[in-house]
Structures are given as C-alpha cells and as structure tokens.
Ligand binder design. Structure first.
Ligand code: GAL
Length: 661
C-alpha cells in the first residue's frame, strides 16, 4: 500500500501537538486557535508512552480518546504517533540493559529521549505491543488519517554498541558474508593481522586508540541502519492492518548521516521529512531546497510531507535565531514548491517546561498578540489558497548522485585529505544549480537515470562495479555525466578498485590519476579558465579524454583539470579541482548548455524558481524586487494576474496560462 493520507482538503497545515503538557482549558483554547489558523492536521502522542502505558501492560487511553474526539469535532485530522522514542521510566528500570551504548562505551542515560536500543528484544516486544493497542483502539477512528512511527530514527544515535547489538551484529554478518572466509576477504583482514577464525571473535568496531578497520566500520553503519529499520517495520506491519498510511519522520534528509534513506524510502507509505534551518548560515534557503529535493527524490517524485520545521528559534542550535519577517512563509512555500503536500511544524504551542521551552512554536509564549501568531494565521490562509497544487509533480532534467554508503565511507579516518567531506562537494554543486534556477533530483548511483539530460557525481568516493556500469550505460546511451575528483575509487568494502584511480570509472572518463596532491589548509590552485580551487589537486593522465582546462599553477601546473570524453552517444566529464561559486557555475552552465537543459535566463540568482505542474513558484530571497517579465498567469496567493514582479522577500505562485512556455 502506498499513498498520501486522507487529509480533508488541500495542503496539510499544522504540527506536532503535545496537549498532555496542558490543562483542559488550554487544550480547548488550542482547538479554537487551530481553527482560527486553519490547522487541519496534527501529530499526536509522539512522546506520550508514559501516559499511554503508565505501568507495564497497564494501558490508559481515555485521556487520548478525549483529545482525539475533540480534534475530530473541530474537523482536525490526526497523525497518530507511536511513542517508542521515549520509553517510560518503568521500562528503563525493568530493562537496564536496553540503554544504548556509544562507540566510546558510554551507556546513554535516561531523562532525555531515544534511550532504548532498537535491537533489544524487550524494547522490540514492548514497542510492538503498544502499536497493537493503538491500532486496535484508533484504527477505525475517523480523525486518525495516518500513523507516525517513533520519531527520527538514527538521531542522535545511529549506532549502538550494547550487548544486544553485538549479538545481532554477528548474525547480520553471517547473513551478509555467508562464510568467515568471505568476511576476511571483504574486510581485508590480512592487513594488520586481523584474521578471524570464529564468528564469536568478531566484536563491534568500538572506539580504539587508532583507526579501526574501515570495512568493518562501514558494515557496522549498514547493520545499524537495518536494525532501526527492522524496529520500524515491525510497527509498520501492525499499523498497516488498519488500512491507513504509515510513515516515520526522517531526521533531515540531507542532515541525518546515519540512516541510508534509500533503504527506508520503499518501506514508508509517504515520505516525511523534518527540516530545521541553519540559522547561522547565509543563504540557508539553498540547503532547505536541497533537503526538499532529496525528500521528493526519496518519494520517487510522489508528493511528500514536511513533517516538522520551525516558526523561528531552534533550541538545539547554539543560538536560537528568530526568523526574519517573511522568512517562515518563504521557507514553508519553498517546501511546497518542491513537492511537499504539507506544512507542519514542531510544535503547536511553546512548552512552559522541559528541554524545548525555548524552541519556537505556532503559538509562542507571547501568545496571540504577537507578530509570530499573526504570521502563522496568514500562512494558514496562504496554504489554503494553494489547495490546487496538491498532488502536483516537479520535473527535473538534472540529477545529482547521492549515496549514504559513500557518505559514510568518505568520512572515515585517514583519507588523503582531512578536508574531504561528502557534503562539501554536493553542496557546492547544488548551490551552483540552484542559482541557475535548475531543479535537481537526487539519485542512487544504481538507479534508473536514463531520463536525465545531465547526471553529476560530486562525491562518489565509494562506487560499486554495478553502479559504475550503470553510469557507463547512461553515458553510452547519450547522457552527460560529470564526475568530481576522488570518485569511483573504492568498492563497497572500501577496497581500492584495481589499477590506477578512478578504477571504476577509468574507461568511461577516458583518463587515469597518477597521484593525489591535496592542498595545504589555505592553499589554492588556479585553472587556466581563471577559476580557483581549494583542497585538491591531482595528476591526471589523459586516455581517450581531452582537456578543456588545465591547472595553471600548483603541484599539477600544466596538467588537465577539466576533461571531457565523448563516449558512445554521450559525454563523460571530469573535474579534478574543488571549484566553488562562479568558477563552478561556469563549468556547470557549459555542460547544461551542451546537454540542452532548459532554464530561464536573466533572472536574479537570489530568486528561487520551481515549476510544480502548471504552477510556477517564485520565491524572492533578495533585497530588491525581482522582475519576471516573460511569465503570465494568475497568482494563487492573491487571486490577481501576476504583475511580472515579485517583491523583495515575497512569494508568488503563478498558475501559468498558455502563453508561458
Ligand atoms: C526534531 C524532533 C522534535 C523536536 C524538534 C525541535 O528533531 O523530531 O521532536 O525536538 O527537533 O527542533
């Protein structure tokens, strides 16, 4: 089963609702205010295990019945949570060995949340029992339109090193490798004399005083991902019997490194993402766009849900930066532009106590006499006007390869440079395209990519033979591929592909690399086209490829820095330098032109433009009005003809008429 929940109308608007913190009068006021703001969906019960099951096996749901009924009476739908992210105190006391253990051997304490190990049998059993009870009691309730399992798997702790995990790890290894011989080969245990003669000899890759076998680390990351996934699946299977869609909220598609979301995506009925803006970062809306594009890509292009974001301050960041006027609106509508059919927040009402009382909310401490509340009400009205957008698809001609396994592997210790980081390159490429108004999908390197005009592989350090063949086939059939340095160099076991780098891509790129020349901290290199690179330089030898630019200085002066290889019906380009900003943009625009990627010209690069079906979202992040003269149609947000200009900080959602190409 798959599908978007039966939220009554249009785009879902609301957020996490934790009424258990409030007396009845406040709960009643909540519902009145929700109606005033146009809230139509709330996520309930996410942290309420201790109230639902105050004693082991003793369930109490009357309080929840009252709340669900009250919401239903007001026409507000419920996304009902299974609260397994916070096991009650009785559970921790009864099962002290269920506390997770960090890689450093520290046992996680109680009093916070996420303090049970996903592999622990008692935790799994208690979670499943609770899911059964919730399914039984609320499965038929007309207000409950979907299920929200757990909360943000893998954040903050992806890997657990407790005894239950270690036992599960050994059986996972048997299943993955089949024999000890295969495991010894995969892990390269001949190095540093690590050969295993019995399964029981294998431990989790705990902290050690120097580098632990990277292949073992990589397998552990895979294993940890699967353990959380199987905890999710068990609840999902129970809840699915109700016929209502089941999801879990990702802890930020672009920021949650520990979970391989390509493996999660097919297990969810609807993709749900939490996105928290980095208040400190200039142009943080670009990272937001990237997170939304990755969410849509995980959803296979189907509508997805923005399950949480903030109205302002985020209390777990070093500074709780308030959003500037208009920013919450721009943020919210940017998610919708990129395929979200919901605008949901953490949380409805600011808590008076507890860890997150300084986190912003839809109803702030200042109450309804505040700018923030007025903005929330206005946003609710905007969201209602966007109802026709629901279900609309976003098309992309360009894809960026994103692989969590490569992310994990690249960021293990002792790489040729400590400056190499997965997001460093991906973000640089994404930003250049965002500024060119090019919408991007993200793809796994083994996925069907035949529909894209351009595929970029900025950080594909780990690339399996299968994925490399996939990229090769793509180029042969007429695709345009651009690969960045230090890609395609190791396989799934972090073993260097045979021969010179980039082993898996040598033939398609038509070149080989003789030696890496990582740069010193502030050192830069210049290319013959004038652009400057940091971090990296390397000695490229051309095979069938030809050089478009060379290094003009540095350790590889006079040698190729940007190459292209016509291969089959397509081309494979290689960029051996870490370019940024305008320099990278020039390389990419060249490629986009060569590949015939359509995009608007002459728009300011602070204007976000995304097309969702026949609606064009125009979000002006700049300080001056942006002219978009060629576009004609009706602005859904005003109901008036689009005047050809978006005010500074403003948004227009133009239903395009036939005159607009
Ligand atoms: C999310 C989490 C929420 C809340 C929020 C605050 O990561 O799912 O429960 O803590 O952060 O930003």
């Amino acid at each position: 089963m798959s599908g978007y929940p039966a939220v009554p109308e249009g785009i879902a608007f609301g957020g996490d609702y934790n009424p258990e913190q409030w007396p009845r009068e406040v709960q009643e006021e909540d519902v009145r205010l929700m109606r005033e703001a146009g809230v139509n969906l709330v996520s309930l019960g996410i942290f309420a295990w201790a109230l639902m099951e105050p004693r082991e096996g003793g369930y109490e749901f009357d309080w929840l019945d009252t709340i669900v009924d009250r919401l239903h009476g007001a026409g507000i739908s419920v996304n009902l949570g299974t609260p397994t992210t916070v096991p009650p105190a009785w559970f921790s006391r009864a099962y002290p060995d269920a506390f997770p253990v960090t890689r450093e051997g520290v046992r996680v304490g109680a009093g916070a949340r996420q303090h049970a190990c996903s592999s622990h049998p008692a935790f799994r059993a208690a979670s499943a029992r609770l899911a059964e009870r919730l399914a039984e009691r609320y499965g038929d309730h007309p207000a409950v339109v979907m299920w929200h399992v757990h909360n943000e798997y893998g954040a903050p702790l992806g890997e657990c090193y407790c005894p239950s995990s270690t036992a599960a790890w050994r059986s996972w290894l048997r299943h993955r490798h089949g024999s000890l011989e295969a495991l010894n080969t995969a892990w390269g245990t001949a190095f540093w004399g690590q050969h295993y003669g019995e399964w029981e000899e294998i431990d989790a890759p705990r902290w050690s005083h120097t580098v632990v076998n990277p292949a073992q680390r990589l397998d552990y990351a895979r294993f940890a991902n699967e353990e959380h996934l199987s905890h999710y699946r068990a609840q999902r299977d129970i809840l699915r019997r109700t016929g209502k869609p089941v999801t879990t909220n990702f802890a930020g598609t672009v920021s949650c490194k520990s979970m391989d979301l390509w493996r999660w995506a097919p297990e969810l009925d609807v993709i749900a993402n939490d996105h928290y803006l980095n208040g400190e970062q200039p142009d943080n809306h670009i990272q937001l766009a990237m997170s939304a594009d990755l969410s849509r890509s995980l959803a296979g292009g189907q509508p997805w849900m923005l399950m949480e974001h903030s109205t302002g301050a985020i209390s777990w960041q070093a500074r709780g930066i308030a959003k500037r006027p208009g920013e919450m609106r721009r943020n919210s509508l940017a998610h919708v532009a990129r395929g979200s059919d919901s605008v949901l927040f953490f949380q409805w009402r600011a808590s008076r106590y507890g860890a997150e009382k300084w986190h912003s909310a839809m109803v702030p401490h200042a109450g309804t006499g505040s700018r923030l509340w007025r903005d929330v009400v206005a946003l609710g009205a905007d969201v209602r006007r966007l109802a026709p957008v629901r279900g609309g698809r976003v098309a992309a001609e360009v894809a960026i390869v994103w692989d969590w396994e490569s992310y994990w592997a690249l960021e293990l210790e002792w790489r040729p440079s400590g400056d190499l980081a997965f997001r460093e390159r991906v973000d640089a490429f994404y930003e250049a395209l965002w500024r060119e108004h090019v919408t991007v999908d993200f793809v796994h390197p083994s996925a069907d990519i035949s529909g894209y005009r351009v595929v970029l592989a900025p950080s594909s350090y780990l690339l399996t033979e299968t994925s490399a063949k996939n990229l090769r086939r793509y180029v042969e059939a007429g695709g345009h591929l651009l690969v960045s340095f230090f890609s395609g160099v190791v396989d799934e076991n972090d073993t260097v592909h045979e021969g010179p780098c980039p082993g898996a891509l040598r033939d398609v790129l038509g070149l080989s690399v003789e030696e890496f020349h990582p740069l010193r901290e502030r050192e830069t290199v210049t290319l013959t086209g004038g652009a400057t690179g940091r971090i990296w330089s390397e000695r490229v030898h051309l095979g069938q490829a030809r050089a478009l630019q060379c290094f003009a200085d540095g350790p590889d002066a006079g040698h190729p820095a940007l190459t292209v290889h016509p291969f089959g019906a397509g081309t494979a380009s290689y960029l051996a330098a870490a370019l940024h900003g305008a320099g990278l943009r020039a390389v990419l625009t060249d490629l986009l032109d060569r590949a015939g990627v359509s995009r608007p010209r002459d728009l300011p690069d602070t204007l976000e433009l995304v097309r969702r079906d026949r609606y064009a979202f125009l979000i002006n992040h700049g300080p001056t009005p942006a002219n978009v003269p060629a576009m004609t149609g009706t602005d859904l947000l005003t109901g008036a003809p689009f005047p050809g200009q978006v005010p500074a900080g403003g948004v227009a959602v133009v239903e395009l008429d036939r005159r607009t190409p």
